[in-house]
Design a protein around this ligand. Structure first.
Ligand code: B12
Length: 370
């Protein structure tokens, strides 16, 4: 596949203009596509709201791609977009049509300079759709379902657990883990090798339209109960290290990853303040000023939230009382691309909850003797 990163440069001014105009671009595309899809079969059995979500998500993803020049992110997420929408009955022809509408509204709304820089990115998307769809259909590209890197025994174990989650058998799901988790070490091991891959598989089932958002909610609610059970039973440890705030970013509704990070840190002796999902940046800054943590961990699952996180980090860096606070980033969004992370201003991007503990310990040693 031709790489978009090799074909284009975007200036700050153009990225900024796209960001400033994105709401107007989205409404213009909504309007044009509403006329276009009526009785066309382009969006299958889906209500128009699913298409509007696609336009809004496209706009906010592109804001981030252009702002961070993170073309790897675009290259990695495009197969996911095609896969998840065609699985729900969107026609493949929808994509060239909607991209053409985006090109037209960009040419109408943005300056000639900005449009001149941004349109080739859309032309690149148009040029790779057919090829991507073929590769997805032939099983050559999939959004890394964890099963592919597991041995058969582990794959079976994850599948069994997933079945319990999506069919709502919460007692059996808890029992499944209780048989395996007996202390902090086995908790970390089984969260990593069973619970996390099971949730990724739940996502894969949703992406390929084999379960609904309701099943996704059901699985999450069972996982939350299980995590709470082991929190009460195992985590509750003595504080031997500094204070850490763990949160999902603003606009981020995924919180399981952040919660696992929080529990692993607490198990390791940190004094943890866990905020959960979608913490508004301004309110988080107030709390950080009150609490003066040594460490802030931010979890990001949706790449659309990168610029929100960058802004929050910049604002916290400007506050005198937070000068010694280290900032760690992590989350599923960075499995698509790590390129934006370096520009977001954190001290480190860490791939997993287990690796978070190691980095946090290293920092704690430095902080103690500083
Ligand atoms: C459950 C779920 C939801 C729930 C979340 C509920 C909740 N209370 O958390 C709900 C229904 C709200 C939801 C909503 C959406 N979701 Co959702 N969701 C999931 C799902 C199935 C599981 C998430 C999860 O719990 N994972 C398990 C945790 C433990 O994994 P993790 O977050 O990666 O964390 C690990 C590491 O990343 C790391 N880590 C995480 N944070 C941090 C932070 C630090 C500092 C460090 C060091 C490490 C670290 O440690 C963890 C353990 O090692 C995922 C599938 C997936 N692949 O994750 C989809 C998924 C993330 N969702 C997706 C989508 C599209 C959506 C929606 C847009 C549509 C929808 N499905 O409803 C909305 C968007 C909401 C929003 N604006 O945020 C897509 C995203 C695809 C993409 N292109 O980015 C996914 C990948 C599903 C898929 N395969 O298509 N979702």
């Amino acid at each position: 596949m031709r790489k978009v990163s090799r074909i284009h440069r975007i200036s700050d001014a153009s990225a900024h203009e796209y960001e400033k105009s994105v709401d107007a671009l989205v409404s213009a595309v909504d309007k044009r596509m509403t006329r276009r899809v009526e009785e066309s079969g382009l969006i299958g059995p889906n209500p128009l709201s699913v298409m509007y979500d696609n336009h809004a998500n496209h706009g906010s993803l592109l804001v981030n791609v252009l702002k961070f020049r993170d073309f790897t992110l675009l290259e990695q997420i495009l197969p996911w977009v095609i896969n998840s929408y065609t699985s729900r009955g969107f026609a493949l022809e929808y994509f060239p049509i909607v991209l053409d509408q985006w090109k037209q509204v960009i040419a109408e709304h943005l300056s000639a300079e900005a449009a001149g820089e941004i349109l080739p990115v859309y032309e690149w998307m148009e040029s790779v759709i057919g090829e991507l769809y073929r590769e997805i259909s032939q099983g050559q590209i999939r959004v890394i379902p964890p099963h592919e890197v597991m041995d058969e025994a582990r794959k079976r174990e994850v599948d069994q657990f997933v079945q319990l989650l999506i069919t709502g058998r919460h007692i059996e799901a808890l029992q499944f883990l209780r048989l395996r988790v007996t202390d902090g070490e086995s908790m970390k091991e089984y969260y990593d090798r069973l619970l996390v891959p099971a949730m990724y598989e739940v996502g894969h089932l949703w992406e390929t339209n084999r379960i609904t958002v309701a099943h996704e909610h059901l699985a999450t609610s069972i996982i939350m109960r299980i995590i709470t059970y082991f929190y009460m039973d195992i985590v509750n440890s003595e504080h031997t290290k500094g204070k850490v705030v763990v949160t999902s970013s603003a606009n981020e509704y995924h919180e399981v990853g952040a919660r696992i990070v929080a529990d692993f840190l607490e198990l390791d002796g940190w004094d943890v303040i866990f905020m959960g999902a979608n913490t508004p940046s301004r309110d988080l800054l107030v709390l950080l000023q009150e609490e003066h943590p040594d460490l802030l961990c931010i979890s990001v699952t949706m790449a659309n939230n990168f610029s929100i996180v960058q802004k929050m980090i910049q604002e916290s860096r400007a506050l005198a009382e937070l000068q010694n606070m280290r900032i760690m980033l992590g989350g599923y969004a960075f499995t698509y691309s790590t390129d934006s992370a370096t520009k977001m201003g954190a001290d480190a991007l860490i791939p997993s909850a287990a690796a978070c503990i190691i980095k946090a310990r290293e920092w704690w040693e430095e902080m103690r003797y500083a």
